[in-house]
Structures are given as structure tokens and as C-alpha cells.
Write a protein that binds this ligand. Structure first.
Ligand code: KIV
Ligand code: ZN
Length: 557
């Protein structure tokens, strides 16, 4: 990078507007939304959508509630032409939805575009040509007057062909491409000339779309450009002012929101900001930003997951995990203090009427309004203490360790977490517990156990593997566990006593399994826990005894 970028890069000069009004305005209503997913979004895909994919996305856009949808550039390719025809011929466009098509100011392209629209009920024909100084100079080598004439000729060619579209209500839209990089007074001159050529009236207004084709200005400067344009245009009520912000500076949402305060009435953009380079305006974010101001956006994102899924499948693009409102992780709290505050927020909301103002710390929107759910990811590190690990095992897996076992296990888990040098998840803690207690099979492994007798006088037989060799043991005691302890000591295992026992079920249903916890005491006071899991509680407790003995053997090695 350059030490001094000021020689290579310069701010675009913008129109002076010292008495700007937009900073003290508030949003009061949502704009008219126009989706350009099927054109600006599609033309920017590594693999553009085919007709079937465009149709699926079109249906989704209609379901979301878009009333204006740019369906393509029919003169640019067969797919675009065929898709436009299919929509019209198969009557796929609902009564209240208007399709829009894009075309350059070239007569043969306009002729083909008009052909693609035959039989449509209502359409927006969107004409554009670039007006910025660098495009005039570098691309067209044309003067301001020559560029203005391009726009006028294009407008005239469309007007002259209206007769070829009987029964079609045609709305005319004009875009001075690269508006934000164009001298604003010149852009205004071109737009006014186009309006006059078309014969715009308040009853039949044109749409003037003012693109931030490349985001070369800051969002406040863009708002100044829009306010200046709206204040100075003749016949203001014969035009609907539309904005079309791209995201090269990463501020397309802000640029649109401020442009709306500055007087724009209509917004073009795409789902999740798909489009050329860094993309178009993200309409999902912008619309939901209105929603959280308490203003109905007129678009419905209740089924956010499905919308994202269809979008990703049709376009082949991903929605980033941190994408506002839609990203996988935006309703997931990782930090303990955030989780605590959010929990309190939900509890507070629960005590209020259902329509109470949303007030949950860290969550700008109720996730359920857009079909999502709040999620916590709880992780512990070696500083978290036994409580953290026990809490994770309880909440995530329904494993309730006895207090003394919490203390014993937390030391083992802490060593492991220290060795890993990072935080660990609930699943990793569970795996550690299983490895240390439940999955131990040496030297002892249970094959079969059977206990019989009356209460207080039980005899048992068990077959076991001892260092991989099958052995049979028998014993007696006042219960199944005591009889097994007697049997295994009879066999020659160094003596021990059971000093603690508890158990609980792990899951419900017929496949329910149980977990048993046993603490053994040996060598005049040393203590160790074992844990066993089985569908039979009796087997789980015998496995827990063997787990403790296996751990003792490992400790003594
Ligand atoms: O970004 C742009 O300028 C465009 C025009 C064609 C409206 O997409
Ligand atoms: Zn664009």
C-alpha cells in the first residue's frame, strides 16, 4: 500500500448542500422495494441461474411480497428472453406484481426487449446509459451533450414502440448509470430531458433511478446528492425517485437509509446483497431495519431459513454466518455475560403482555419473528471451575454428576483443557467423561451378571473379561452390588468398599438408558469414582464398580 494514497486516490467532488435537511428527519414509512436479484444479482453469479432456478427465485420473491421485480435483460441472452416469455405466457406474474426489464439505449436491443414483453399486463422498461465523467471520457469518448442525446434517443425508441404493446401498461424507468460519480447538476439535466421526452406527468410518472453504481461517495454525501436532486428537479411529482446502491465501501445499507431520508421513495436491491463485485443493497437487512424501528416493511421474512435455503440453492452463493438477521450465528450467544443478560431479558419479556415492546439485551429483534431461535453455546476453559463443566453436562446431556464426582472430574477435565490450550465445548466435556469413566474396559469388562435371592440376602454370578480372559465369579451380600463386590474380592481383587452410590436415567422412552455412579474406598481411605451406562440399571451399577476398579488399576500403574 502507498504511504501517501492522496496522490492516487481522491474523493469525488459532491454537490454543496449546507442547508441539508435529511439529518434531522426520521423514517416514517418503508419505501417501494424493487428486487433486482434476477438481473443485477444474476449477472454477477459465477454460474448464472437457468430458467428453472430463476423461476424458483421469482416465486420466492413474490411470496416475500415484492411488487416490483426486475426479471432480466431480455435482449442480452436467450435465457433472459425465454424466462421473460415464460412468465408472461404461463401467466406466472400475480395481478399486483409488475415485472421490470433492463435495456441499453440501442435500437435493436429495445426492439428485442419489446418483443419479449408482448402480452404482459404491466411492465417497467428500464433504460440506462452511463453519465459519469470517466465513462464519458474513457469508455464512450463522448461529450456531455452526446451522452444526453444517447439517453433521449433511447427514450424515444421505447416511446415509438409502445404501439407494439397494446394492452400493456408501460411504466418508464431511466437510470443515469454511475449517478453518484456524475456531476449532480448534469445528471439532473439528463433526467429532466428524459422526463420531457417521455412526457412524464404526475398521473403517469417516470421512475428516475439514481445508481450508486460504484460506491464512490460516503453515505452522507450520497444523501446530499439525492436531497439536492429532489429539491432541484422540475416537475418533482412527475417522477418517483429510486436509489440503487452498490456496496463497494461496505455502506450500501447506510447509503440507502440516508437517501430515503433525503427524499428517495423507491429502493432497488437484492436478497442478502448479492450482485456485482461487493454486491447490491441487501434488501433483507434494510427491510428488517425498518421493522425494528416499528415500521412495517411490507416484506415478510417470517420464513428466514427457507428464504436463505432457496436463495443459496438457486444462486450458489452463501449467506455469511454473521449476516444481519439471517446468518447462522446472529442469534447465538457465546459469552457468559451475554447469555446471562439475554436469559434475564427473556424472563422479563415473559412477564409482560404478548405485544409489549421488545427489550432483550443483545438481541435487536425477537428471533421468532423471523422464524429463528436464540441459542447459547456454552464452553468452558480451565478457569471455569467444576460448576461450569457440571452445568454443561446437565443442560446439554442430562448428566447429573454427584458433587464429589464433580470435584474429581473437574481436575481431570481441567488438565485436558490446559493441555489443549483452548476452550472446549459441551460435547468435548462429555467425551472426556466417557473416556475417563464409562468406556474403560481394562483390566475388567462385564460380560454377564445375574443376582438372585431375597432382600438382604442376595447371591450373584458374573462372567467377566479380566485382561481379555474370561473368568466367572460368585458372591453374596445384602444387595446385588454388595454381592458383586464380594464376588470380585473372592476372585482376588484387592479389597475395597463402596462408599457412595447413585443413579439416574439418561433419556426417556423404551430405549432409556441409565447411568450409575459408584465411589470406592480402599487402602485405608483413598477414594475413586466409577460410572457405568446401560439400559439395565443393575448392569449400569456393576459396570460402575468395574469402572472404579479399572481406574484404580490405571492409577496404581
Ligand atoms: O449499478 C447500476 O448502475 C445498474 C444500472 C444498470 C441501473 O445496475
Ligand atoms: Zn447495479
Amino acid at each position: 500500500m502507498l504511504k501517501d494514497p492522496s496522490r492516487r486516490y481522491r474523493p469525488v467532488p459532491v454537490v454543496p448542500l449546507p442547508d441539508r435537511q435529511w439529518p434531522s428527519r426520521m423514517h416514517k414509512q418503508a419505501p417501494i422495494w424493487c428486487s433486482v436479484d434476477l438481473r443485477d444479482g444474476n449477472q454477477a453469479l459465477p454460474v448464472p441461474m437457468n430458467v428453472a432456478q430463476k423461476m424458483e427465485l421469482f416465486d420466492l420473491l413474490v411470496q416475500i411480497g415484492f411488487k416490483e421485480i426486475e426479471v432480466g435483460f431480455p435482449a442480452a441472452s436467450k435465457t433472459e428472453f425465454d424466462f421473460t416469455r415464460k412468465l408472461i405466457e404461463e401467466n406466472r406474474v400475480p395481478e399486483d406484481v409488475t415485472i421490470q426489464v433492463l435495456v441499453q439505449a440501442r435500437e435493436e436491443l429495445i426492439a428485442r426487449t419489446v418483443e419479449s414483453l408482448r402480452g404482459a399486463r404491466r411492465v417497467i422498461i428500464h433504460l440506462y446509459n452511463s453519465t459519469s465523467p470517466s465513462q464519458r471520457r474513457i469508455v464512450f469518448n463522448a461529450s456531455k451533450e452526446e451522452v444526453l442525446q444517447i439517453a433521449l434517443r433511447g427514450t424515444r425508441w421505447i416511446k415509438e414502440r409502445l404501439g407494439e404493446m397494446p394492452g400493456t401498461d408501460v411504466v418508464f424507468q431511466y437510470s443515469p448509470e454511475s449517478f453518484s460519480a456524475t456531476e449532480t447538476d448534469y445528471a439532473l439535466e439528463v433526467c429532466e430531458a428524459v422526463m420531457a421526452e417521455w412526457g412524464a406527468t404526475p398521473q403517469k410518472p417516470v421512475i428516475l433511478n439514481l445508481p450508486n453504481t460504484v460506491e464512490v461517495v460516503t453515505c452522507n454525501q450520497h444523501a446530499d446528492q439525492i436531497e439536492w436532486f429532489c429539491r432541484n428537479i422540475k416537475n418533482r411529482d412527475a417522477a418517483v425517485i429510486s436509489v440503487h446502491t452498490h456496496n463497494d465501501r461496505g455502506t450500501s445499507t447506510a447509503a440507502t437509509e440516508l437517501a430515503l431520508l433525503a427524499g428517495a421513495q423507491r429502493v432497488e436491491g437484492t436478497l442478502f446483497g448479492n450482485g456485482e463485485r461487493t454486491g447490491n443493497l441487501d434488501i433483507v437487512t434494510t427491510a428488517l431495519n425498518f421493522y425494528v424501528l416499528g415500521i412495517s416493511p411490507g416484506l415478510d421474512f417470517t420464513e428466514m431459513r427457507r428464504i436463505r435455503e432457496v436463495y443459496e440453492r438457486c444462486t450458489g452463493m452463501d449467506v455469511h454466518a454473521r449476516h444481519p438477521y439471517a446468518g447462522e450465528l446472529v442469534f447465538t450467544a457465546f459469552s457468559g455475560s451475554h447469555q446471562d443478560a439475554i436469559k434475564k431479558g427473556f424472563a422479563h419479556m415473559k412477564n409482560l403482555p404478548a405485544d409489549a415492546t421488545w427489550d432483550v439485551p443483545y438481541l435487536v429483534i425477537d428471533p421468532s419473528d423471523i422464524g429463528r431461535q436464540y441459542r447459547e453455546v456454552i464452553r468452558v476453559n480451565s478457569q471455569s471451575g467444576k460448576g461450569g463443566m457440571a452445568y454443561l453436562l446437565e443442560t446439554e446431556f442430562g448428566i447429573y454428576l454427584p458433587r464429589a464426582l464433580q470435584i474429581e472430574f473437574s481436575k481431570i477435565a481441567n488438565d485436558e483443557v490446559d493441555r489443549l490450550g483452548r476452550e472446549v465445548s459441551a460435547a468435548e466435556i462429555r467425551d472426556m467423561f466417557w473416556r475417563e469413566y464409562v468406556d474403560r474396559t481394562t483390566p475388567w469388562e462385564l460380560i454377564h451378571f445375574h443376582a438372585d435371592g431375597v432382600k438382604g440376602d442376595i447371591a450373584c454370578r458374573a462372567s467377566l473379561l479380566h485382561h481379555g480372559r474370561e473368568v466367572r465369579v460368585t458372591g453374596q451380600g445384602n444387595g446385588p452390588i454388595a454381592s458383586f463386590v464380594n464376588a470380585i474380592i473372592n476372585y482376588g481383587e484387592p479389597t475395597f468398599e463402596v462408599s457412595f452410590y447413585s443413579e439416574h436415567s439418561l433419556s426417556s422412552g423404551t430405549e432409556a438408558s441409565a447411568i450409575a455412579y459408584i465411589e470406592i474406598c480402599y487402602d485405608g481411605g483413598k477414594k475413586l469414582f466409577g460410572a457405568g451406562v446401560d439400559t439395565s440399571i443393575e448392569f449400569a451399577s456393576i459396570k460402575a464398580v468395574l469402572s472404579a476398579l479399572n481406574r484404580r488399576a490405571a492409577h496404581n500403574r
